[in-house]
Design a protein around this ligand. Structure first.
Ligand code: KG4
Ligand code: ZN
Length: 333
């Protein structure tokens, strides 16, 4: 029954969680709202804010879980992918903590952690399943054979789905991160207001940079004719744009499932918090007779509980990390 402290600091959330025997006892998330005034994450600022927050967040996680640090069996941390300076804060803290307590260190791959967030659900997916992982930095189709046995089937060749949301939101004048704002406006809009193009790429590839450019051209043209174009059509623009992103994501997921003959599907990552993606994903699975798995809302965007569940399976498999480990910024699973 391992007691695990997990730390996540790959981007702009400082998070710590305590899991005992794979059950979440606490999951503290401190979001760095300071980036919103710059319209995106400033890496250096992120590192400094992680440094300011990490001790408080870890202590709060222990307190809320009613666990003393001497009860811990391992300390887990996100090794990558992510922002180098941000990852270094969590990595160094975890190393020092584990060393001080004389307990093992466990590195977690952030993309694997997003996938494994599905195992925090009361009814987790059966193996094998395909997970569509959609976040601010990644868009991946992953074949999951076992907890720690994952194969990358395909990914984006340019922007991630979350980036497509955030960049379009920025050019429409919406705050960062834009995904949740587009989601909210889209609920009142018409999806057939504008027919955004579907990119022509390989079957398991994604591309979102063209979509963002077509939004830019549409706005330029609209604003030439009417300076109030964005305000007047914001809901419709959001609905049409979101509809296209979700359609691209689900079409590729459906094709991959048919090709692999897999009947269990999951979504994960920050964009899996999107209401249209969640509902159309469930509808697709219902129509096809597939099982649909979506992490609870709080485990979609970055959080340490998902790192904790990944670390739990690594602990059981005896996969520990040397104190010399350094972060990595890019890469898949
Ligand atoms: O997984 P995550 O928290 O961080 C990364 O690992 O990148 O994902 C953040 C991304 C951002 O791009 C954000 O706009 C997007 O997830 N996001 C959403 C929604 N909530 C978060 N995108 C669309 N609709 C949402 N409701
Ligand atoms: Zn993430």
């Amino acid at each position: 029954m391992p007691y695990i402290l997990a730390i996540e600091s790959s981007c702009d959330e400082t998070s710590a969680a305590i899991l005992t025997d794979g059950k979440v006892k606490s999951n503290i998330i401190s979001s760095q709202l300071q980036h919103s005034e710059y319209g995106g994450v400033i890496p250096e600022l992120a590192s400094r804010l992680h440094q300011q927050q990490i001790i408080r967040v870890v202590n709060q996680a222990l307190k809320q879980a009613e666990v003393d640090k001497r009860q811990l069996d391992a300390v887990a941390f996100t090794r990558g992918p992510g922002l180098l300076g941000a990852l270094l804060v969590g990595t160094c803290f975890a190393k020092a903590y584990a060393f001080g307590l004389g307990i093992p260190l466990i590195e977690v791959n952030h993309m694997q952690a997003h996938v494994l967030a599905n195992f925090l659900n009361p009814q987790p997916p059966a193996f094998p399943f395909i997970c569509l992982t959609v976040s601010g930095g990644h868009t991946q189709l992953v074949l999951v054979r076992d907890y720690l046995d994952m194969e990358l089937l395909g990914q984006t060749i340019d922007d991630a789905a979350g980036e497509a949301f955030d960049k379009a939101a920025k050019i429409m004048g919406l705050p960062y991160p834009g995904g949740p704002h587009i989601d909210r406006h889209a609920r009142q809009g018409r999806r057939d207001f504008y027919n955004f193009p579907t990119p022509e790429v390989g079957a398991k590839q994604f591309s979102f940079s063209g979509l963002k450019t077509s939004m830019l051209y549409l706005l330029r043209k609209g604003l030439q004719e009417d300076p109030q174009y964005i305000e007047k059509h914001l809901d419709d623009l959001c609905a049409s744009y979101q509809y296209r992103i979700v359609s691209i994501l689900l079409d590729k997921l459906e094709q991959a499932a048919l090709e692999q003959g897999v009947a269990h599907l999951a979504i994960a990552g920050g964009v899996s918090a999107n209401s249209e993606l969640r509902s159309r994903f469930q509808q697709l699975c219902q129509d096809r007779g597939w099982t649909a798995h979506i992490p609870a809302f709080e485990y979609c965007t970055d959080n340490a509980a998902m790192s904790g569940i990944a670390a739990h399976y690594k602990y059981l498999a005896g996969e520990f990390t040397d104190l010399s480990a350094v972060p990595f910024t890019r890469g898949g699973l």
